[in-house]
Structure formats: C-alpha cells, structure tokens
Design a binder for this molecule. Structure first.
Ligand code: NAD
Length: 488
C-alpha cells in the first residue's frame, strides 16, 4: 500500500458560529481501502443543529452585521479567496477525499478538486450578476422585481463526491447571500471539515457557514428545523422522498438531486472503439458510485457481439488497486455496507437469468481488508430485471440489445429515473432526435459524463427536481419579490 503524505487527519469537530466545538457523541470514519479507522467525528445532536441554525439565522438577519452589509462584489471576492485556498491545498484535500471515500487519487486530484475550484470561481463571478428587473405596467406605476436571498439553507450531501457536491450548493448559496448549515455524509466528512477551516481562513464571517457532521438523525433535525428556509439535498431517491415529507410541515423550499439508472445507447453506426471507451468510463469511473453512471448499456444488435468482446477485454484489464496509487483507475467501494449491497445486486442478476460475462467478485488488494470489487458486466439483460431497473451504485454494467430507434427509446425511458443518458452515432439527425425523446436532465452525444460549472445538472422523474450549476441554480437560493410604487 502507498501511504498518504499530505493529509492531516484530525479528530472532527463542528463549526458553529465561527467556532470549532466538540460534541458528546462520536462515530468512526473508515478508510475503505484498508478497513481501518481514520479518525472520530462528532455526531451532531438536535441541540447542536439548533445552535448551528441559530448562528446561521443571526448572521442572516442582523442587518448591521458583516454578512448583510457585505456588497455582492465583496461576497464574490470572498468566494474567490476560498477557491484560491482550496487550490493551494489541493493535494491535501485530494488525499483526504481518497482516504475517506476510496476513490482513485487520480480522480480526486485531477477531477474533483479542480472542479471544486472552478465551481467556486464560477459563483464568485456570478455574485454580482444576480438581479431583478424593471417591468413596464401602467403609466401611473413603477414596478420592479428584487431577487433576495432565500435565507438559511440546509445543505445535505452524499458520500460519492463529498467536496464537489458541497461546492455545487455552497457556491450559489454564498453568492446569493444566504447563510448555511452544511452536513456532509457520515461516511465522508473529512474534506468538508477541512473546507470549514479554509472558509474561516478566507474570512467567511462567523455564522455564515456552519458545519454539522452526523448521520440520518442529524439530517432529519436539519429538515425539520423551523429556522431553515430551504433544503438542498443530494442523495438517494428514498431519502429524497422522506425529505420532501419532512419539509412539508414547515413548507421549506426543497431541491433534490437523486439517483439514476442512465441509459447509454450505442448505435451500429457509431465509432465503436470510442463508444467502448465511453461505456467503460460511463460505468467504472468513480467505481460506478456515480449518480449519472451509464449503468444500462443498450447496444444495437448488429454490433452487439463485437462490442461486447471489446468491452469485456477492457474491463478485465481494469482491476481495482490501491486508491492512493496515481495509476489506479478503480478504487475501493465506499463502505462494507455498500459493498454488500452491490454483491446482493450481482446475486439478483444471476438469479434472474442475466449472463455474468466479467467480474462479479470481491477481491483483495495488497492483502488488506479493503472493500474492492471487480468490474462486473452482465449480458443478456432484460429491461424488467432488477439489475436493469434499480440503481446499484457500484461497478456493475447491464448490457441490453436493441434493433431500432423506437424500441430503444421506449426501453430507455421505461425506468423510474431520468438523470442522464448518452447516444453514440455518426448520424447527426438521429443523435438530436433521440436526445429530444429521452426523458433525462442531461444527454451526452458521442461522449459520457462531461460536466461544467456553467451547465445545469439535475433530473427528470424520480431523479429529483431543481437544477444545480449554471445560472439556474440562483433561482433556488433566492426569492423573487415584486414591488409596486404608485406614481399617480
Ligand atoms: P443517502 O440518501 O443515504 O444519504 C445522503 C445524505 O442524506 C447523507 O448526508 C445522509 O446522512 C443524509 N440522510 C440520510 N437519511 C436522512 C434523512 N432521513 N433525513 C435527512 N438526511 C438524511 O445517499 P448516499 O447513499 O449518501 O448517496 C448515494 C445516493 O446519492 C445515490 O442514490 C446517488 O444516485 C445519489 N446521488 C445523486 C446525485 C445527483 O446529482 N443527482 C449525485 C450524487 C449522488
């Protein structure tokens, strides 16, 4: 095993009202590549959440306080300073993410952290471009709209892209002038806690960013709290539904980025080798623990056998190894529990008659107790099987054959989710018409998984609602006020 050299792992504390405070209850965070304990983290109680919300409320409401007096331009510069500090500490943050989540250091260092910086800078720039409009109504009236911060926002984050998904929410929240109570996932709290230190260093005023660690109970306390105006959640569809129900009592604004079972469609007229690479990246990037993973691969029958052979050849070369090794492309599954869930789906696939053509097993890496799985591919999958319908959230690909455009669109859309999709073809007209007919928040043509801070991301159907990234995120962190002045 390669050992970490940059990460400084401290026992966790909570950031409340600008102070780092302890807590009575703690839980362990585990390195999934070794099964060993990394450190202990505070499990924030309901009282801790109360204190965090109070601090956020105070910072938001105090009209003569630092935050409310800060101009949009100053807020932008503050977010930019935070981005600079993330960039300065990028190696340490990447190592922490890899230790906590098990993802390859290549992904943490070259993809996640640079995008965190990019997203923060995008919203730093956007802070000065948030505005209402004047509207012509009557000669005797002056009418205009104001875009005001929605208030205190609760940000609840999953474990698969811990710091990146926190930045998708924190960037627009701060740009709009909201204050924040942020809860990372219990499996991966370390980079968020480090971000809290960097936020203090950047000069984020006390109470503007509060960080509470903990599991579902801490999350529930945030959702139920009457002092929170909006919840931005990324996570599973089951918890998303619970959050909607929990937020109903206080009529909080809610945005939900939920699960996916994205169809990746390869037509016979595509550039097959590129499509194979796209299919491999689509499912095995991030160990398949990616909301937009291309977990249902539809292949036109004419090229099915040729493509499958190439796919299996590539998958077999992609064995899991030490996440800290820069050459590693497949890391450790985030937790023992998640590994068991994925193995359960592999069993379900076999039982329901799909053909296991690659992988399927747990493997030992470096003789350790880590949670590693082989890249797994099932052929002869029927769209009604469990492995074609449910989100597995692991390195498991289901391959389905199809014969024509109408059939594949019907199959692709016959699923509860609608987060993303991809189409591989040389025919431009077909690419665009298929893209229009797919029920998905993002469609990639001849590529897979590209993202940019400026482009909205989010789901149709059970993949949630609301869009993150880009300008549209601003709508979810602001209220729109109409003002009438009688000039008669
Ligand atoms: P999860 O839903 O179990 O947990 C997500 C977060 O919610 C964690 O912080 C958890 O502590 C908290 N939580 C759990 N129960 C809660 C409750 N009852 N009330 C309030 N908070 C609660 O999800 P996960 O297992 O961490 O992440 C995997 C899921 O996230 C997958 O379904 C994946 O598709 C989804 N995801 C979606 C996107 C997207 O952008 N659409 C991105 C990444 C992950």
């Amino acid at each position: 095993m390669i050992t970490a050299t940059k990460a400084r792992i401290e026992s966790g504390r909570l950031l409340i009202g600008g102070e780092w405070v302890g807590g009575s209850k703690k839980f362990e965070t585990i390195n999934p590549a070794t099964g060993e304990v990394l450190t202990e983290v505070v499990e924030a109680s309901k009282d801790d959440v109360d204190r965090a919300v109070e601090a956020a409320r105070r910072a938001f409401e105090d009209r003569s306080g630092t935050w409310r007096k800060m101009s949009a331009s100053e807020r932008g510069r503050l977010i930019w300073r935070l981005a600079d500090l993330v960039e300065k500490n990028v190696d340490e943050l990447a190592e922490l993410e890899t230790l906590d989540n098990g993802k390859p250091i290549f992904e943490s260092r070259q993809v996640d952290m640079p995008m965190v910086v990019d997203v923060l800078r995008y919203y730093a720039g956007l802070a000065t471009k948030i505005h209402g409009e004047t509207v012509n109504t009557f000669e005797t009236a002056f009418t205009y709209t104001l875009r005001e911060p929605v208030g205190v926002v609760g940000l609840i984050i999953p474990w698969n892209f811990p710091l990146l998904l926190a930045s998708w929410k924190l960037g627009p929240a701060l740009a709009c002038g909201c204050t924040v109570v942020l809860k990372p996932a219990e499996q991966t709290p370390l980079t968020t806690l480090r971000l809290g230190e960097l936020a203090v260093e950047a000069g984020v005023p006390a109470g503007v960013l509060n960080i509470v660690t903990g599991g579902p109970e801490t999350g529930k306390a945030i959702v139920a709290h009457p002092g929170i105006d909006k919840i931005a959640f990324t996570g599973s569809t089951a918890v998303g539904k619970e959050i909607m129900r929990g937020a109903a009592n206080t009529l909080k604004r809610v945005t939900l980025e939920l699960g996916g079972k994205s169809p990746n469609i390869i037509f016979a007229d595509s550039e097959i080798d590129n499509a194979v690479k796209g299919a491999i990246n689509g499912i095995f990037y991030g160990k398949g623990e990616v909301c937009n993973a291309g977990s249902r691969l539809f292949v036109e029958s004419k090229v099915h056998d040729e493509l499958l052979e190439k796919l299996v050849g590539r998958a077999k070369k992609m064995q899991p190894s030490d996440p800290l090794d820069p050459k590693t492309r497949l890391g450790a599954i985030v937790s023992q529990e998640q590994m068991r869930t994925v193995l359960g789906y592999i069993e379900a696939g076999k039982k329901e008659g799909a053909k296991l053509i690659a992988g399927g097993n747990r493997v030992s890496v470096g003789g350790g107790k880590g949670f590693f799985l082989e890249p797994t591919i099932f052929g002869a999958v029927n769209n009604d099987m469990t492995i074609a319908q449910e989100e597995i959230f692991g390195p498991v690909l289901s391959v389905l054959a199809f014969d024509d455009v109408d059939q594949v669109i019907e199959l692709a859309n016959r699923n509860a989710y609608g987060l993303a999709a991809a189409v591989w073809t040389r025919d431009v007209k077909k690419a665009h018409s298929v893209s229009r007919r797919l029920k998905a928040g993002t469609v990639w043509i001849n590529t897979y998984g590209l993202m940019d801070a400026s482009l909205p991301f989010g789901g149709y159907k059970s993949s949630g609602f609301g869009r993150e990234l880009g300008m549209h995120a601003i709508e979810h962190y602001t209220e729109l006020k109409t003002v009438w002045l009688n000039m008669g």
